[in-house]
Design a protein around this ligand. Structure first.
Ligand code: FAD
Ligand code: NAP
Length: 483
């Protein structure tokens, strides 16, 4: 019988997993290696090894309605795409509201997680932790939930950049980028057109002499501010759109989507048109920066020689001062035994992205380990793990490798099905038409489209306080149905 649960990490995944454990009557202990909650969202002036890092200007690129926990709306006076300091405040409010802090042991890193010698019978795990003074401690837990994040280890593929050792300027990974203060008057090359690359290129271009953005396969670039000024994900991340995705052939959907993006600006003309057909980057400012010439798009780098950067189309940029490798991240769970989780590249051996299927007892779970085309905040996912139906998950014969990338609605519906709260649209249509409409058009339980208004040039949406309005207007069942 699972009772004592260890959680590793007090970021957004860890906090809500602690709450899920408490909801299920379990005894959580959350080990956090840093001195604060919030994980990636706790800004630090200097990046710290083995921890995610953000830059000073970062704002969320998922609207607040989609990113908040379903049981705790983000305050109404917080902007839709807020600064990282505000979302960190929100996580603090969440932790204080549900009295979670008492379960967190700060400055205590988990070094090892091992099966107990009697694991076959007990399903228990042994943890070794180390506190800030270097003192080790051993613990035994009935179950372990890993919430240690997966944007921790910078991917710096220097071997793909011949001549980097001759580079006369300075180079670093986007993980080390904090702001554009060292870019004044510099000639900068940003490698990679993910969201980090886009943000860093745009921000640096405000002060740099010239910014070049190198991409090996381009990207579809989307705007956060969408039709009628509403947040992009609020309009397109709905169950209705998801149903269209299931009904229409992919090439038709791509044709519609790409047509819409090209209507904003022709991706071929902007040298952005990718070889792949989806997975967009979100950046409202990049097109204008390209149009004004402060960011110049370049293909992949072929070679670096001294301060010259040579691209695959044969063009050369001279006197480069800085190269920023915005080349993404690798993931790792260094505290876990290697045989616990099967993985190859960006595919992992986790059932539903939560449970390693090969352990004799399903008493180990991973929360937050997805790349979602939507928010990454993992409330429903940790309800799945937190409800610790560990004992019911008979997966020993299944090896499931799933890509990290998931479709938000699909994945949430799948998990909702697992815990018996997946909405049945036909049933709702006949029994509760108002709820049917909400479920079809609104994914967040905290969006009341009727409450959207424009005041003082700002769009305000959602509830007025964490404990009130939209959250309580919808019944518990309704909220499950929506999220
Ligand atoms: C630059 C950037 C911007 C992003 N923007 C968005 C966004 O706008 N919207 C969105 O939804 N998602 C965004 N994400 C995704 C982001 O990962 C999630 O929002 C969220 O932070 C994931 O939470 P987490 O708790 O799983 O991991 P993290 O936030 O990384 O937290 C992990 C925690 O575990 C702790 N830890 C790690 N190892 C150990 C150990 N061995 N022992 C003890 N503690 C440990 C760490 O100290 C940390 O506190 C962004 C990611 C990046 C890199
Ligand atoms: N809230 C925000 O505004 C915000 C800001 C930044 C990041 N984020 C999030 O943080 C996460 C990580 O984003 P990220 O931009 O750091 O990483 P990313 O999305 O993985 O993008 C990495 C980029 O580097 C390129 N790349 C990787 N290896 C390369 C190589 N060897 N040579 C050339 N190019 C290479 C990739 O090209 P290919 O596509 O060709 O592989 C891709 O363009 C994402 O979830 C993102 O949404 C959010």
């Amino acid at each position: 019988m699972v009772q004592r649960v260890a959680l590793i990490g007090a970021g957004p995944s860890g906090l809500t997993s602690v709450k899920a454990c408490l909801d299920e009557g379990l005894e959580p202990t959350c080990f956090e290696s840093s001195d604060d909650i919030g994980g990636l969202w706790k800004f630090r002036e200097v990046s710290e090894p083995n921890r995610a890092s953000i830059y000073r200007s970062l704002t969320i690129n998922i609207s607040k309605e989609m990113m908040c926990y379903s049981d705790f709306p983000i305050p109404a006076d917080y902007p839709n795409y807020m600064h990282h300091s505000k979302i960190q405040n929100y996580f603090r409010m969440y932790a204080e509201h549900f009295k979670l802090l008492q379960y967190v042991r700060f400055q205590t890193a988990v070094k090892h997680v091992r099966k107990r010698p009697d694991f076959t019978r007990s399903g228990q795990w042994e943890l070794v932790t180390e506190n800030k003074d270097g003192q080790e401690e051993r613990h035994v837990f009935d179950a372990v939930i890993c919430c240690s994040g997966h944007y921790t280890y910078p991917n710096l593929p220097l071997k793909d950049f011949p001549g980097i050792d001759t580079f006369e300027g300075k180079y670093f990974h986007s993980w080390d980028y904090k702001g554009h203060e060292n870019m004044y008057g510099k000639r900068v090359v940003v490698v990679g057109i993910g969201n980090s690359g886009g943000d860093i290129a745009v921000e640096s271009s405000r002060v740099a002499e010239q910014v070049y953005m190198s991409t090996r396969r381009g990207a579809w670039v989307m705007r956060q501010v969408s039709d009628n000024g509403l947040p992009l994900d609020m309009i397109y991340n709905t169950r209705f759109v998801h149903i269209l995705f299931q009904l229409l052939p992919m090439r038709v959907l791509n044709w519609i989507g790409e047509g819409k993006l090209n209507a904003m600006y022709d991706h071929t003309m902007y040298a952005l048109k990718p070889k792949h057909r989806y997975l967009p980057v979100i950046n409202d400012d990049l097109p204008l920066k390209i149009l004004s010439g402060s960011v110049i798009i370049k293909p992949n780098i072929k070679e670096i020689f001294g301060s010259n950067v040579i691209f695959t189309d044969g063009s050369v940029v001279e006197k480069v001062d800085v190269i920023v490798f915005a080349t993404g991240y690798n993931y790792d769970f260094p505290y876990l035994p290697k045989d616990v989780m099967y993985r190859t590249g960006h595919r992992v051996g986790l059932y539903k992205h939560v449970f390693p299927p090969t352990t004799e007892h399903p008493t180990l779970a991973v929360v937050g380990f997805i790349h979602s085309r939507g928010p990454s905040c993992p409330r429903l996912k940790c309800r799945r793990a937190g409800s610790l139906e560990f004992s019911k998950v008979g997966l020993h014969s299944m090896i499931i490798q799933s890509p990290l990338q998931v479709g938000f609605v699909c994945y949430m519906d799948d998990l909702a099905g697992e815990i018996g709260v997946r909405p049945s649209l036909p049933w709702l249509f006949f029994t509760d038409y108002p709820l049917f409409k909400k479920v079809l058009w609104v994914l967040s339980p905290h969006i009341s489209t009727a409450s959207w208004d424009r005041g003082g040039g700002t769009v305000h949406g959602g509830p007025s306080s964490p404990s009130s309005t939209a959250c309580t207007k919808l019944s518990r069942q309704e909220r499950f149905c929506i999220l």
